[in-house]
Design a protein around this ligand. Structure first.
Ligand code: GDP
Length: 321
């Protein structure tokens, strides 16, 4: 066990604390009693600017870093803003990783994504399939940036003896997710679509693509738990997959969300929208063998996320649940 586990006063910087992952890590650290959490909004500190990042590390001297900052988005956002996805992520992670080394951070955890793996990787996807084939084109710039982040962590470990680790989460969801229909991922997009259709009495909801691609979903509170677990218990060059261990077709996800929202209308499929990767189920045996597993079922997670969505849009606890 590392010093991180025994010292609640350790100074911990959570980069990206307003995002889905960063906010979940902050919630969990606070709940566990960590009392020296450093947070900076992107307005206060633009992580794309190297000298500012360096200055911040020199002054704050964090001992541990969770690198959850970055530009993220769903299939539409990734294909519409490829330059921003590659530039912002490369700059943010390069600046933070290098500053963490130069200012002697004890340990850093870098958040990647399951889209770093080849589009046609055998399923479930094992960590060693990284860089064995071509990527999914709809999010290649994002994936290339994330792969560079993993390689940077490995390179700093090898050359400088740093303790920088990487975790590759599957598709995540939960509180503080982005529910914007154009830039969000499928799960929050569908919660919003079904909710709004129910509210206006619409007779159908349109789901993008064929409904056949399969995706795996992990509640972000489970991911935060995995991140703290790895910060305590794992050091090494290989990225570690974090997932739920099972996936389902988008059509089935849509059916579950329809139930949770209590919508009675029809589901239609818009075949003019891209499907993206056919499947990306992570092999999570490595993390499981270390002794970690998720606790929140998809059904439970969908219900609580729908409640969170209702509260965040000022619609109270909802009438049906
Ligand atoms: P991906 O996992 O990187 O492909 O990202 P997404 O979460 O954006 O999309 C997952 C799958 O859900 C793709 O096949 C999308 O076409 C499909 N999908 C269906 N309806 C929607 C929607 O309303 N929004 C999004 N983002 N995806 C949708």
């Amino acid at each position: 066990m590392s010093h991180f586990a025994n010292k609640l006063s350790a100074s911990v910087y959570v980069a990206g604390h307003r995002g889905l992952v960063g906010s979940a890590i902050v919630r969990l650290l606070t709940q566990r009693g960590y009392n020296s959490i450093i947070m900076k909004s992107s307005g206060e500190l633009d992580l794309r600017r190297g000298p500012e990042v360096d200055d911040f590390f020199r002054k704050q001297r964090p001992e541990y870093v969770f690198l959850a900052a970055g530009r993220v988005g769903g299939i539409y956002a990734n294909s519409s803003y490829p330059a921003q996805f590659i530039y912002d992520n490369l700059m943010i992670q390069s600046n933070v990783i290098d500053a963490a080394f130069r200012h002697r951070v004890k340990k850093l955890l870098f958040l990647g994504s399951s889209c770093i793996y080849p589009r046609c990787a055998p399923q479930p996807i094992r960590e060693e399939y990284l860089l064995t084939g071509a990527l999914e084109p709809t999010n290649e710039p994002y994936a290339v940036a994330k792969i560079a982040g993993i390689k940077m962590c490995q390179a700093y470990n090898q050359q400088y003896g740093a303790d920088f680790i990487s975790v590759m989460p599957t598709n995540l969801y939960g509180p503080e997710d982005n529910f914007n229909p154009e830039t969000s991922h499928v799960l929050p997009a569908l919660i919003r679509k079904f909710h709004e259709a129910r509210e206006r009495g619409g007779d159908s909801v349109t789901v993008w693509g064929t409904g056949q691609p399969r995706r795996e979903f992990l509640h972000v509170d489970d991911l935060a738990d995995a991140c703290l677990f790895l910060m305590r218990n794992y050091s090494g060059d290989s990225p570690v997959n974090a997932g739920a261990g099972e996936d389902l077709p988008i059509s089935e996800l849509a059916g579950m969300i329809r139930e949770v929202v209590g919508y009675r209308g029809e589901i239609r499929y818009d075949h003019s929208k891209p499907d993206g990767a056919p499947r990306k189920l992570l092999d999570v045996s490595r993390l499981r063998n270390m002794g970690w597993q998720p606790k929140i079922s998809l059904e439970e997670g969908l219900k609580s996320t729908y409640q969170w969505y209702l509260r965040s849009t000022g619609q109270g606890a909802g009438t049906r649940l």
